[in-house]
Design a binder for this molecule. Structure first.
Ligand SMILES: [Zn+2]
Length: 463
């Protein structure tokens, strides 16, 4: 069925009188412009008002004072951490993990469901239309934790990539996590395969995908890294992990494997177009060239990298080399804001503290990282991440005529350099998930109360 046919059946939505940043290959922008959505697809985008005489229009939005962009795409998160925000405030990654592992080992299904709802509510309210989660803590008897997240995403109405993480290298075998927080290699592989078979939807335009995601070189055995890569390729799903995050991780890899993280990943089958890695802060020129050559993607998490004093990722060098790069919130125990639109700003500002200074990133490059870049990293660039005819109607309308933005004439600069912009309307598949700054399918106050109750339960159990 053509997009026009779908529109005739499901109705057309017209959005006009706003600036439009399409984030297509040419970075086409209109000011003012229009969008015509037909069913779950973008039917048309262009300058000026929408064409006269459109039939089947069920909604017409006068978006004066707004900027329309593709919905934001998050590429790295840990929802469960919503319950452990604000802890280990002055630690680096290894100190922070060592402090938090014993708390995280007490999570259960009701906790993860409440944390996922809160994490997703926060992001979706801030313009995210494609969410992602990396869950790697699976205490025995804790219930179906991945299922709890998947349920939460369906309740909020957001497109979702769930990743089944794992840890099998406890402290007694030379890893960082305590032994009680890890699974056996066999358990991890079996549960990961079960999760893919139960939940992954390979169909085009799917609302739910599942990927395979052992946690990191210092919490996972080489056997699990190798077997996880083989499993993902046998099942036809993507691969995700943390990589090259800190100098401590780099040292760990040299001491244990006799090579740096990127060489280790390559030796275990972990570079490729079907792989994306969080952080990638400590990358040599050779490492960046290896990512570019193999098409390995990066989830850049500037706030988390700053919070944990990890360093500044070489994003301008990665982009120049052709490495696919998206943005990630990372877990909210290391980025308490939990919002992705603030990462557009932080990606730009943090990168300008690096060697490229004012030439590091532009506002438009930052917007691209958070939209088309993220879609590519998740393997979904053919479906979402830009506003083009035939793509999914995942669209955000940012209000830029209010106090925070009305004096910045360039709408993309207002969005990226300015304070977090209010979301007037956010659509997933053409269906509103946010209207006038509020979630359409869930109540924020209830979500906040549920999350607080579960955070207190966890603190009591862990205390
Ligand atoms: Zn992470």
């Amino acid at each position: 069925m053509t997009a026009a046919g779908a529109g005739a059946r499901a109705g057309r939505v017209v959005i006009e009188n706003c600036a439009v940043a399409t984030v297509d290959a040419d970075s086409t922008e209109y000011g003012p412009g229009h969008l015509v959505l037909a069913g779950d697809r973008v039917e048309a985008v262009g300058p000026g008002p929408a064409p006269a005489g459109l039939t089947g229009v069920t909604r017409r939005v006068d978006a004066t004072g707004h900027l329309a962009t593709p919905g934001l795409v998050n590429t790295h998160h840990h929802f469960y951490q919503w319950l452990t925000r604000g802890l280990a405030q002055d630690a680096n990654l290894f100190g922070w993990l060592t402090a938090l592992y014993p708390v995280w080992a007490r999570i259960d299904e009701p906790m993860v469901h409440a944390a996922a709802r809160a994490s997703l509510a926060m992001m979706v309210r801030g313009g995210v239309t494609t969410a992602m989660d990396h869950h790697y803590v699976f205490p025995r008897g804790a219930g179906d934790l991945l299922g709890a997240e998947i349920r939460a995403a369906a309740e909020i109405g957001v497109r979702f990539t769930a990743t089944r993480g794992s840890m099998d290298l406890g402290v007694s075998d030379g890893g960082l996590p305590p032994d009680f927080a890890v699974e056996t290699t066999e358990e991890a592989l079996r549960a990961t395969e079960r999760a893919v078979r139960e939940y992954h939807d390979p169909s085009p335009n799917a609302m739910l995908r599942v990927a395979v995601a052992p946690c990191s070189p210092f919490s996972v055995t080489t056997e699990l890294m190798r077997e996880a890569a083989a499993l993902a390729r046998r099942l036809g799903v993507r691969l995700h992990t943390h990589g090259s995050e800190t100098v401590e991780e780099e040292r760990f890899c040299h001491e244990r494997f006799g090579m740096g993280p990127t060489a280790y990943f390559e030796s275990t089958g972990w570079l490729g177009e079907d792989v994306w890695m969080a952080h990638c802060v400590h990358m040599s020129d050779d490492d960046i060239a290896a990512f570019a050559r193999t098409g390995t993607g990066v989830a850049h998490c500037p706030s988390s990298n700053a919070r944990l004093a990890a360093g500044i990722a070489r994003v301008p060098d990665m982009l120049a080399a052709g490495v696919p790069v998206g943005l990630g919130v990372d877990g909210t125990a290391s980025n308490e804001s939990g919002e992705l639109h603030t990462e557009l700003r932080n990606a730009l500002l943090v990168s300008r503290l690096g060697p490229h200074r004012e030439r590091a990133l532009t506002a438009r490059q930052a917007l691209r990282l958070g939209t088309a870049g993220g879609a590519r990293v998740l393997g979904r660039e053919a479906e979402t991440g830009s506003l083009e005819p035939g793509k999914l109607a995942d669209v955000v309308l940012w209000r830029l005529d209010g106090l925070g933005h009305s004096t910045i004439a360039d709408p993309v600069a207002a969005l990226v350099f300015g304070p977090p912009a209010p979301v007037t309307l956010s659509l997933v598949n053409g269906v509103p998930v946010v209207e006038d700054g509020r979630l359409t399918r869930a109540d924020e106050t209830t979500i906040a109360a549920e999350a607080r109750t579960q955070a207190r339960r966890l603190a009591a159990l862990a205390g």
